[in-house]
Design a protein around this ligand. Sequence first.
Ligand code: AMP
Length: 581
Amino acid sequence: MISSLTQPTFEPKLEMNVVGDNARSGPSHFQGDRSQPLIETTIGEALDDVADRHRDRIALVVRHQSVRWTYRDLAYHVDSLAAGLWRAGLRPGDRIGIWAPNCAEWTVTQYAAAKLGLVLVNLNPAYQTAEIKYALTKVGCKALVFARSFKESHYLDMLRSLAPEIGQSFSGELRAAAMRLLICTAPEREEGITRFQDIRDDGRVALHDGFSEWPDKLDPSDPINIQFTSGTTGPPKAATLSHRGLLNNAWFTGEICGTSHQDAICVPLPLFHIFGMLTGNLLAMLRGAKIVHPGDAFDADSVLSAVEEEQCTSLYGVPTMFLSELASLDARRRNLSSLRTGIIAGAVVPMELLRRVTSEMNMAGVVNGYGMTETSSAIMVTSPTDTPERRVSSVGRVVPHIEVKIVDSSGMTVQIGEAGEIHTRGYSTMLGYWDDPDTTAKVIDPEGWVRTGDIGVFDEHGYGRIVGRIKEMVIRGGENISCGEIEDFLLLHPAVENAQVVGVPDDKYGEELCACIKLKPGANVNKDELREFCRGKIAHLKIPRYVRFVNEFPLTASGKVQKFILARSSARDLGLIGPDS
Ligand code: AMP
């Protein structure tokens, strides 16, 4: 059916094809390889095809739920839920939210929605009442799959508070959100709530009786997913993504990593974030690989146990996750001999971290990926075949079918070697922010270029480096200082587990540098020793004026450090702003 996925040309290979292997000078504008065509199919069709070819291979392991499904099992769960959702009245284009930590039901809902042409709305498990109300209302969810509770969040209570008469009718706040169907993954029966298992069982019976009401052919360019962007730098926006964008981005990232059905990929990332849902779940599925979810939320020890016991070949994560895993490895050695590769992405990846992951976690083929939700994930990725130096010092080259240019503040493309804002365009650009043309127009220009807000630089071979975010540059006395470079250096200190540098207000220089340091367990170093460590090795102006020791960093639910919160709390702790600022 989807012949493109079975063509030999799509067999995984390690070579990364990026136009322009020869060194060149001139404008900082590179294009990814186009020798393989884009795949024009839908995610539902892709799952059917893969499940058919890999039916007895393990598709999904969810350790905290003791789930271990083959591709045949996965396809059956997906079809059952899809048939049940159809019978419950959902139709292509309807929005269905998912508000749960990582669990098997998440993955089943992801694919069932895609099969029916529903728009899956990923909701952050950390959302509280006001945020969930905003999200559901903003995109008009008609159905919501949710966990009963997670950690301190009691989702059911929160939903009840939004719709007081939930048992009789969906009035109140949820009515405004067009909500018709609340589906809880818990086994308990609750008035006004439909159980996930009942929808699935109803679909199962329907399938058994020959259910054949699948929607007519869906279009790969249809909207299929809405993700609220992570909010490390501001309020979340509802990026709307298509089958084509998601599926091809996952496919080509897998191509670069050389992922095949022989791989077992450990994904501790939250599924609501594009890294977990696309680069994790979808990429593995397209390749017929085994996906392993080590727990409902990140825990370094559980991740390492999952890698050992499931013989994972690949491990994904954001930098903070790898830092915790390395700290856990320091405390207890593990056998990670099955690992060969993985992806670190989502935030600036310090060189020292990449070196340590390569050598101490047995991940010689680890790649660094740069991307964002608005571009359906990857924009640039290193390749396992790149030289070790390039793999630690760059985010690689532009991925297939994507274009990237670096521009100055007037929008002119700069020369290779010069830094500027990264602009990108291609098939994977979001369709827009849901129901928000004004904000969309601020991010995507009339020629389709996405303004990333990230500052980068290309070398003459088309390898990119991210040197900061426009909002994360500290401007000290007129001098632009990239925090990532200093963080990279501080990580070289043997006592430092994680370092995050932010700007705090200063009367003389406008901003001063403040390094927030998390020490390794049992390690000891004082502020002056840390500054002394920097002296003579990094420019004087880059030596942080302030050093703070912290136990934890404020993180988004996807594990990224929320620098704007850290900057504010640092300024407050240092007495540079008032306690209520
Ligand atoms: P999100 O949309 O939540 O995935 O966030 C995207 C942002 O994460 C990008 O605009 C970058 O600022 C940052 N980011 C992602 N990957 C990398 C990377 N490999 N290096 C540096 N920053 C990254």
